[in-house]
Design a protein around this ligand. Sequence first.
Ligand code: SF4
Ligand code: FES
Length: 359
Amino acid sequence: MDRPLDRPLGLLAELTHRCPLHCPYCSNPVALVGRRAELPLGHWRRVLDEARELGVLQVHFSGGEPLLRRDLAELVAHAHGLGLYTNLITGGQALSERRLDRLVAAGLDHVQLSVQDAEAAAADAVAGRPAHGRKLAAAARVRAAGLPLTLNAVLHRATIGHTAALIDLAERLGADRLELANAQFYGWALLNRRALLPTRAQLARAEAVVAAARRRLAGRPEISYVPADYHGEWPKPCMHGWGSRQLTVAPDGDVLPCPAAGRIPGLGIVNVRDAPLAEIWFRSPAFNRFRGTSWMREPCRGCPRREIDHGGCRCQAFELTGDAAATDPVCRLSPHHALVTGAVRDAEHAPLHIVRRTP
Ligand code: SF4
Ligand code: FES
């Protein structure tokens, strides 16, 4: 039986898809929302009001690059005034001292800063432009302002060998937390999957490095490691279950159960311009489509792990099989599991050729 419906704890506010960087592992959609379609400040304020009423405790301002919204400080102030914990997820390019001062005054609680690699030349090659120097300066400003700092690095074939150097960098920058996340294959990243997938040998080495660093550092910084999805036997419990803890508002106001769900056709996605957030959360077809377990087919329906991993990721099932209700092919019980093992095998000797977004 499905459990009674919870309220969301977190709101991912994707303020814009615009971004100065060109990372090959970008999980935003291939077709981005343009600037003119972005929700204006007044609508975002209403989204924050309704999210708080709904029970949301944390708001993650994300993108694209949220600093490209000139009204970011107003949004942070509004969220702070509602008692929400505010997190800025940024690439740090426009985080000048003045900008950070305004955000701190507005009540910003936390910064999550991405780095593309540990050394400038390699990092800038991933970002597609000189970016690393500004990121280091941004990290120093965040620490000087007394804000907690999480450093985030996406691991893939070209960078996973630098895991130890990334840990050193997080230590040097005084980060409170380091998130090492293996690339996930949604949106633009799926186009580059062959070049991004790490080898099993690379993963084994990186995991040993992380384990040793955790012993040495004893939580300073705390290291969070997101394993490589495709190399496991069981899928990740994506979003802790569809429509259970978090909601995403896309730059154009579409309300999504997860950032990638906009790709699934026929979900019945509702826009914040058309209905209150509570109505969308509790009653919209998109949020109810994969809640609980009653939508599952075999092998998930009769599986003892169905409450643990919720059948895996709906978006991944859709991207790989064309059917969002299929068992996530990462699962070794999925009839489509060979799609994942084949992709890993195929990538072992594939060239590092990547496709970049054009500005
Ligand atoms: Fe999870 Fe479904 Fe695989 Fe069971 S069959 S482990 S519920 S994905
Ligand atoms: Fe959408 Fe996993 S990314 S359910």
